[in-house]
Design a protein. Structure first.
Length: 329
């Protein structure tokens, strides 16, 4: 499907869609935006809103409503495959560390990550402020952030479940890459903890991935990578292996989003804003949770905003990158 066809269908959905009253009746008294810290000027750790034990969160009834929806077999397949990965045991840590390669561990880690299914990695110092406030902060000092690209043809069906299945497929692949890389690091004699998304979640991965140089935050609340646009998913490995750090990669995507309204106009529930918002002490692009969630739940996922993003279209990111770099230079 062509990008303009996706945008046209999204606009048609926006004109006709209305939230399911059965789902809206399950809404808690507290806004998800309030839980997220919208309007707060002090920096604090995030509070989980979704993808947790439903008994422990305010929107648990809505999450259970989501889980009770009828799903296509492919979604079940990828979910089961992902669960198998979570249940696989990791190898024990080697009793002694192996000698560092002449080129350093960073290059070796990247090769190992790609061998285990990653498309790209970045490394950042782990910041405890990323950890959910009800979770114990990990003690390992570094985060290896992993990106895996999605199939654009499958994502072009958004918000249909074919796209949702592809999202889950890539979360599965990202988790497999994280667990494979963690096993490799353990065999080198260093500690390693694999983390997948979206559940179970210990920390918010997007801030970590931005710090690791995998891209900039876009207006749609997801990242924009200079190679994959917003058409990718994340996982992570925390470790104490001595690795060279990657800094943030600022290539003009943020400025592009200020000028662009494609995702904003395509969002069926109107959850995207033309201006940045202050959230837990940081002014950034923000997705209105209360508007996004009902549509997301009814369609078992969405991904319209990231799929219509000009950066996500095949063969376009490199052209946009040249333009943004030229404007910045």
């Amino acid at each position: 499907m062509k990008p303009q066809d996706i945008q046209r269908r999204a606009r048609e959905i926006r004109e006709s869609w209305r939230p399911d009253p059965e789902q809206i009746a399950l809404r808690p008294d507290i806004s998800g935006n309030t839980i997220n810290g919208l309007g707060e000027t002090d920096i604090r750790r995030p509070t989980p809103v979704y993808w947790q034990d439903p008994k422990t969160i305010a929107h648990g009834a809505m999450q259970e409503w989501f889980g009770a929806r009828e799903m296509i077999p492919l979604v079940h397949h990828y979910w089961q495959e992902r669960q198998k990965l979570l249940e696989m045991e990791l190898p024990p840590k080697a009793p002694q560390t192996r000698p560092e390669p002449a080129s350093g561990w960073r290059e070796a880690v990247e090769r190992a990550a790609i061998e285990h299914g990653a498309d790209m990695i970045g490394v950042a110092a782990f910041d405890p402020v990323w950890v959910y406030d009800r979770k114990t902060a990990p003690t390992l000092p570094l985060a290896i952030m992993i990106a895996v690209e999605q199939d654009y043809d499958a994502m072009s069906h958004a918000p249909d479940q074919i796209a949702g299945a592809e999202v889950l497929n890539q979360y599965r692949r990202a988790l497999g890459a994280a667990r494979g890389l963690a096993g490799w690091i353990l065999r080198q004699g260093y500690a390693a903890e694999p983390h997948g998304a979206p559940t179970p979640a210990t920390f918010t991965m997007i801030p970590a991935a931005i710090a690791a140089g995998l891209g900039e935050l876009g207006k749609h609340g997801s990242m924009i990578n200079r190679r994959y646009g917003s058409n990718f998913r994340l996982s992570a490995v925390l470790t104490d292996m001595p690795l060279a750090l990657d800094g943030p990669d600022e290539f003009g995507a943020d400025d592009f989003c200020r000028r662009c309204r494609v995702c904003e106009e395509a969002c069926p529930p109107g959850a995207l804003q033309p201006e940045k918002q202050t959230v837990r002490g940081v002014t950034r692009w923000y997705v209105d949770f209360d508007k996004c969630q009902p549509f997301f739940n009814e369609h078992l996922g969405c991904s319209i905003c990231t799929t219509v993003c000009p950066w996500s279209q095949p063969g376009v990111a490199s052209k946009l990158l040249r333009k943004t770099m030229k404007r910045a230079g």
